[in-house]
Design a protein around this ligand. Structure first.
Ligand code: NAD
Ligand code: MG
Length: 404
């Protein structure tokens, strides 16, 4: 957990100066939830820099409302309309890859990493190297480049706060215990929209069906990952790196109500769990306020109203993506990097209507076989090396899936 024993900085509620926040992925789902909480606690936070992908109108609206010093947009063709929308303000505007990195490395107390996909790796890594504490929503950072990414955080002495709900729940369930002393770490999965569907029905599920998540409202990529259950596989890889726990101690249990998010069991048989209503503002609040608690307008848990909580084992036959991720985690050797890149491109192809739902897992399996077959699979030593592998796999996947 980075250097979590380091004394806390001025905290959100201590009456000290407001905490300076950088928000990468401001126009997304996590971005919106983060801004909602900041807006409700205006004396505790100031947004110093924001970054987004290509929605210049949404980014301009956020900039006008929160008045950051700096706004970055990744898509260079969006620079002119963004600049125009912010004309007459003193907000600095820039576009392109370097601009997102500049946003990530501004002076701040906490960076919220909520860009989707491997696109988040480079700016988040730059922020760590610049000494920024990070609240990590972007799990792809750890799937693509886990070992060098965690090493960079250790070397920079920064704190990594888990914003993904399961990991945040586990962080809280650990209660300060050293993860090395635990017996098992369990994350729950809702099972997604196809939990009870047959294999044949899942194979040909439509985009609308796959985007219809029962419990969580999220961006499109993670929503498709939840439907294939790749999301749970990515989260196991994330937990392995974040908490330094071997794959053999990690487990998944399907829990359709999404009330218990993560559990830790100890050598004496005691189990602690992190629970809460399925609203991302719960873990986001925890990260923004840490080590204090923010008052958040999130739904309160009423267990008697819910009545029963149920649990099942995952079905690897109907959800082969979960098996692929577990195998990649066990094998190491850079296979999670390959898995992540191939999955991102396959999810894009599914959302664009070019491949069947079942084609996502088939493509990922084929990309892993290809990497094993040509002997190119090895553990990336640096973040740059991981991004190099990501790029090669991505290009290959695009070429294969383009014509479909
Ligand atoms: P989203 O699609 O709603 O938003 C993604 C954001 O990233 C947008 O602001 C977009 O403009 C920006 N972006 C995309 N490509 C970019 C690029 N190349 N450069 C700069 N910005 C870029 O996604 P989301 O659901 O908010 O998820 C964000 C991350 O958080 C993902 O890694 C996801 O796995 C993780 N996460 C999300 C949730 C959730 O509830 N949404 C829960 C847990 C973890
Ligand atoms: Mg999660």
């Amino acid at each position: 957990m980075g250097s979590s024993t380091r004394p806390a900085r001025a905290t959100a509620s201590s009456g000290a100066s407001p905490r300076r926040i950088i928000l990468l992925g401001a126009t997304g789902s996590i971005g919106a939830s983060t801004l909602d909480l900041i807006e409700r606690n205006p004396e505790s936070f100031v947004v110093v820099a924001i970054a987004g992908g290509r929605d210049h109108a949404a980014l301009a609206r956020i900039a006008l409302a929160f008045r950051p010093e700096f706004v970055a947009i990744r898509d260079e063709s969006a620079y002119a309309p963004l600049k125009e929308a912010l004309a007459g303000t003193n907000i600095q505007v820039a576009a392109g890859r370097e601009a997102v990195i500049e946003a990530a490395t501004r002076e701040a107390d906490l960076l919220v990493s909520a860009i989707v996909g491997a696109a988040g790796v480079e700016p988040t890594h730059a922020a760590i190297e610049a000494g920024r504490d990070v609240a990590l929503a972007n799990k792809e950072c750890l799937v693509c480049a886990g070992v060098p990414f965690m090493r960079a955080a250790r070397e920079a002495g920064v704190r990594l706060l888990p914003m993904d709900s399961e990991h945040n729940a586990i962080f809280q369930a650990l209660g300060g215990a050293d993860p090395a002393t635990i017996e098992r770490m369990i994350i729950t999965a809702s099972g997604g929209p196809f939990r009870t569907w047959s294999k044949e029905a899942i194979e040909n599920a439509t985009v609308a069906e796959a985007l219809n998540h029962p419990n969580w409202s999220m961006g499109p990529k993670i929503t498709i990952d939840s439907a294939t259950m790749m999301n749970k596989g990515l989260e196991l890889i994330e937990a392995h790196h974040l908490f330094g726990v071997p794959a053999s101690k990690l487990d998944v249990v399907v829990h359709p109500q999404s009330i218990v998010h993560g559990l830790v069991s100890f050598a004496d048989g005691a189990v602690t769990a992190g629970m809460g209503a399925p609203d991302m503002r719960v873990p986001i609040s925890h990260c923004l306020g840490f080590p204090d608690r923010l008052a958040a307008p999130t739904p309160r848990l009423d267990l008697a109203a819910i009545g029963s909580l149920t649990f099942e084992r995952p079905d690897y036959d109907r959800f082969p993506s979960l098996r692929l991720a577990l195998d990649a985690l066990a094998a190491g050797a850079g296979l999670p990097t390959v898995l992540n890149a191939a999955n991102e491109v396959a999810v894009e192809a599914f959302l664009a209507g070019r491949i069947a739902f079942g084609g996502i897992a088939r493509h990922v399996a084929e990309a892993i076989d290809a990497a094993l077959g040509n002997g190119s699979a090895k553990e990336p030593a640096t973040v740059a090396e991981a991004l190099g592998v990501d790029h090669i796999v991505r290009e290959r996947s695009r070429a294969i899936l383009a014509g479909r």
